[in-house]
Write a protein that binds this ligand. Structure first.
Ligand code: CAA
Length: 380
């Protein structure tokens, strides 16, 4: 099998690389230090079509494919992991489910402005007491005349402080043997829907997340995304795509760390020669490059399967599991190669080391990916 990119995919990647190198990378250290929301970069990503990449043009998107999305996510994340996840949440966790499960009216009024990047979306699944075991959520929506009343809270909501819309998952039926959940799309400003201030985190400082609250928040029937009772499936199918985005973010972080380590190893001397001439360093660089390539192939395979319309639950989980753990290992080795300078904020590798860590946690921890993979294997 020969896996190569099409001319269009190369063009998209080169455009993203040029933008990321010129306009994103020079700001990454400042964004990390200040935790400033990068509104000018989000606007430019919208202009370039990066906020709704795989959404058809008829719905406000760029009409590209998931492989192109993975390529752009890697480029943007190599420059700034925070900008990468802002983009990925809007693309895969918000636009994708509205495109796949939303009504015509939702596609017109909500998807189109979010896919074009005029508006921003976020995804509310996790709760203070329900992360990995997502079905145990407490947030509930009660049927009332003309709509539903949502009560509960969701936390770690990336883009939450800035988003114009949230897709939120709530329990709507506890009467049967299985609890049923429903997905709703709620605009910011809806009475009863509020956001706390941004969370303080180890890394991805410019990608703001927060807790959001629903207190007797009334939404119309038309806010339901997909069928009532199918919300958990909407969430899981969405994460099948989202995990490709996070795998690509991890690739970008790992690549940035490897590039920094390679450049440093050629410059820094010890025992009379550049450290790149020591076999200990050469072996580290070789392992980092090999693992990065393997992670990229897994990620591109999952993206290509999504484009073919093939179920890719297991392949996305494998890509996310492997790429995120590679990002951590590569950033760890890159810091080691830099020695004491790697531990200093003067060099970017300490940022890559901190940013890499979250990719093993959000959109399903590494342990959850292993559950998803083994469940797919054992199903037969
Ligand atoms: N696609 C469609 N349907 C799916 C599915 C998928 N990928 N996976 C499961 N389902 C369906 C099942 O078929 C089943 O349907 P029935 O009820 O009809 O039988 C139903 O969903 C329940 O499935 P399971 O029995 O497998 O569910 P479970 O309770 O055992 O949990 C889990 C499965 C994989 C552990 C799941 O809870 C999970 O993925 N947890 C992690 C949650 C997560 O990733 N959270 C991330 C939050 S988002 C985030 O991080 C955003 C950010 O800030 C960037």
């Amino acid at each position: 099998m020969f896996f190569d990119l099409t001319e269009e995919q190369r063009l998209v990647r080169d455009t993203a690389r040029d933008f990321a190198t010129r306009e994103v990378a020079p700001k990454a250290a400042e964004l990390d230090k200040t935790g400033r929301w990068p509104s000018e970069i989000v606007s430019k990503m919208a202009e370039l079509g990066f906020m709704g990449m795989a959404v058809p043009e008829a719905h406000g998107g760029a009409g590209l494919d998931s492989v192109s999305y993975a390529l752009v996510m890697e480029e943007v994340s190599a420059a700034c992991a925070s900008c990468g996840v802002i983009m990925s949440v809007n693309n895969s966790l918000f636009c994708d489910p509205v495109l796949k499960f939303g009504s015509d009216a939702q596609k017109k009024e909500i998807l189109a402005p979010c896919a074009s990047g005029q508006k921003l979306g976020c995804f509310g699944l996790t709760e203070p007491m329900s992360g990995s075991d997502a079905q145990t959520m407490m947030t509930q929506a009660e049927k009332v005349d003309g709509g539903w009343v949502i009560n509960g809270s969701k936390n770690w909501i990336t883009n939450g402080p800035h988003a114009d819309f949230i897709i939120v998952f709530a329990v709507t039926d506890r009467s049967g043997p299985k609890v049923r959940h429903t997905a709703f799309v709620v605009p910011k400003g809806t009475p009863g829907f509020t956001q706390a201030s941004p969370d303080h985190k180890l890394g991805i400082h410019a990608a703001h997340s927060c807790t959001v609250f629903f207190e007797n928040c009334k939404v119309p029937d038309s806010a339901i995304v997909g069928n009532p009772g199918d919300g958990f499936k909407v969430a899981m199918a969405t994460l099948d795509g989202g995990r490709i985005g996070i795998a690509s973010q991890a690739l970008g972080i790992a690549r940035a760390a490897l590039d920094a380590a390679t450049a440093y190893a050629k410059e820094r001397k010890s025992f009379g020669v550049p450290i790149a001439q020591h076999q200990a360093i050469q072996f580290m660089l070789a392992d980092m490059a090999t693992e990065l390539d393997a992670a990229r192939l897994l990620t591109w395979r999952a993206a290509a399967m999504k484009d073919q319309g093939t179920r890719h639950t297991m392949q996305s989980a494998e890509a996310k599991l492997y790429a995120s753990e590679v990002a951590t290992r590569v950033a760890h080795k890159a810091l080691q190669i830099h020695g004491g300078y790697g531990y200093s904020t003067e060099y970017p590798v300490e940022r890559h080391y901190r940013d890499a860590r979250i990719t093993e946690i959000y959109e399903g921890t590494s342990e959850i990916q292993r559950i998803v993979i083994s469940a797919s294997m054992l199903k037969g």
